[in-house]
Design a binder for this molecule. Structure first.
Ligand SMILES: [Fe+2]
Length: 334
C-alpha cells in the first residue's frame, strides 16, 4: 500500500501542532490544501487576459510546406496530411487559440483521407481544388470547390477524396481544444477505412457554396455593429449553429480602402482571407496579409483590419460558446 499520503491521524496531529500560520501552510500543502488568502497566483482579474498571442500564418509558406511533405508523406501513412497552425505559448504545439485549432490540409490526386468520426466539430474552407474533390459526411458526397464551406459536425463519419488531376488545398477549423478542456473526447475509425457513398445531392445542409455566400452578402445592407457604420463593410453569419453549436462562422466583406474594426470581445477569433490584400493590427501584431493567409485574434485583443483591395474574410470564432454560457462581452475598440 502506498504511504505517500499522510494518514488522517497524522494530518490531525500536524494541524493541531501548528503554532501559527507559518506552521500551518506546509501542513496544508502536505494534505493537498492551500489557503485561499495565501494563493501564489490570483484566480480573478479585472478583464480577460490570455497567454495566447495574435498570429499571422502565410499561405505561401503553408502551401510550400504541404507540397514538400507530399513528396514523402501519403494520406495512407498520415491520418490527415495537415499542417497545424499552433500558438507558441508554453508547451502548446496544437491549439491555434484557446478553443480552436486551424490547419492547412492538402490531398493529392488519387488519394483519400479515410473515414472516422469524433466528438469535436470540424469544418473546411476550400482554397484550391479542381473537379473531382469530395468530402463525404455520413454517406453524403459533397463536392469541394474553391470558396465553399463544408461542415463535418461532431459524431458524423467523414472522409475526403481527390479523384481529380491536381492537388487540392483547404483550411480545417475544429473545436478540439475546447473538447480537450472539457474532456468529452471520443473518436472511432471506420472499419476498412472507406465509408460507402449513399447520395450525391446538389444541395446539402452541410455545404455553403461560394456563390450562395456572395449572394447573401449582397443582400446585407445594415451594419451589424455600430463601429462598422462607416459603410463599405457587409457581414453574413452562416446558419450553421444547429449543426455546429460551438463555432460561429461569419463572412465579412470589406471594400478596398475601408477598415474593419470590430468591438473587442471575449470571443477568440480566427480569420481566413478568402480574397484580398491589406494590413492587420491585432494587439501588438502588425502584418500585411494576402489571400488564404490566416490571422488569429485571442480574446479581448483589439482588431483592426484594413483592406487595400476588395476583401472577403471568413471568420471562425467561439462567440457561440461565449454567448451560450452567458460570457460574451464586447468593449470599445482600444
Ligand atoms: Fe476528422
Amino acid at each position: 500500500m502506498s504511504t505517500d499520503a499522510p494518514s488522517p491521524r497524522s494530518a490531525i496531529e500536524a494541524l493541531r501542532g501548528a503554532q501559527n500560520l507559518t506552521d500551518l501552510y506546509p501542513v496544508l500543502n502536505a494534505n493537498r490544501m492551500t489557503a485561499g488568502w495565501h494563493k501564489i497566483r490570483p484566480s480573478l482579474w479585472p478583464e480577460p487576459r490570455t497567454e495566447f498571442s495574435p498570429m499571422h500564418w502565410r499561405y505561401a509558406e503553408g502551401k510550400l510546406a504541404l507540397d514538400q511533405a507530399g513528396r514523402w508523406m501519403s494520406t495512407e501513412q498520415a491520418e490527415r496530411r495537415n499542417l497545424i497552425l499552433y500558438n507558441p505559448v508554453g508547451d502548446n504545439d496544437y491549439a491555434t487559440l484557446r478553443t480552436i485549432i486551424v490547419a492547412y490540409q492538402m490531398i493529392r490526386p488519387g488519394e483519400h483521407a479515410r473515414a472516422h468520426w469524433h466528438t469535436p466539430n470540424a469544418l473546411r474552407f476550400v482554397l484550391d481544388a479542381g473537379e473531382g474533390v469530395y468530402t463525404v459526411v455520413d454517406g453524403v458526397e459533397l463536392p469541394m470547390r474553391p470558396g465553399d464551406v463544408l461542415l463535418t459536425p461532431g459524431d458524423c463519419w467523414h472522409s475526403h477524396y481527390n479523384h481529380g488531376d491536381r492537388d487540392a488545398y483547404w483550411i480545417d477549423f475544429l473545436d478540439v481544444p475546447l473538447v480537450h478542456l472539457l474532456e468529452p473526447m471520443f473518436v472511432e475509425h471506420y472499419p476498412g477505412g472507406d465509408q460507402p457513398v449513399t447520395s450525391r445531392p446538389a444541395e446539402s445542409e452541410f455545404m455553403y457554396p461560394a456563390n450562395w455566400i456572395d449572394t447573401q452578402l449582397d443582400r446585407q445592407t445594415e451594419p451589424v455593429a455600430q463601429s462598422l457604420a462607416q459603410g463599405g463593410i457587409r457581414q453574413f453569419e452562416l446558419p450553421s449553429a444547429s449543426h455546429i453549436p460551438t463555432l460561429q462562422l461569419r463572412f465579412t466583406r470589406i471594400e478596398a480602402g475601408k477598415v474593419f474594426e470590430p468591438p473587442r470581445s471575449t470571443a477568440n477569433r480566427v480569420y481566413a482571407v478568402a480574397r484580398g490584400r491589406g494590413h492587420a493590427q491585432i494587439g501588438s501584431l502588425a502584418s500585411n496579409w494576402s489571400a488564404f493567409d490566416v490571422l488569429a485574434a485571442p480574446t479581448w485583443h483589439p482588431i483592426r483590419i484594413a483592406a487595400d483591395e476588395d476583401t472577403l474574410l471568413f471568420e471562425v470564432s467561439d462567440e457561440a460558446v461565449m454567448r451560450a454560457i452567458g460570457m460574451f462581452r464586447e468593449g470599445r475598440p482600444a
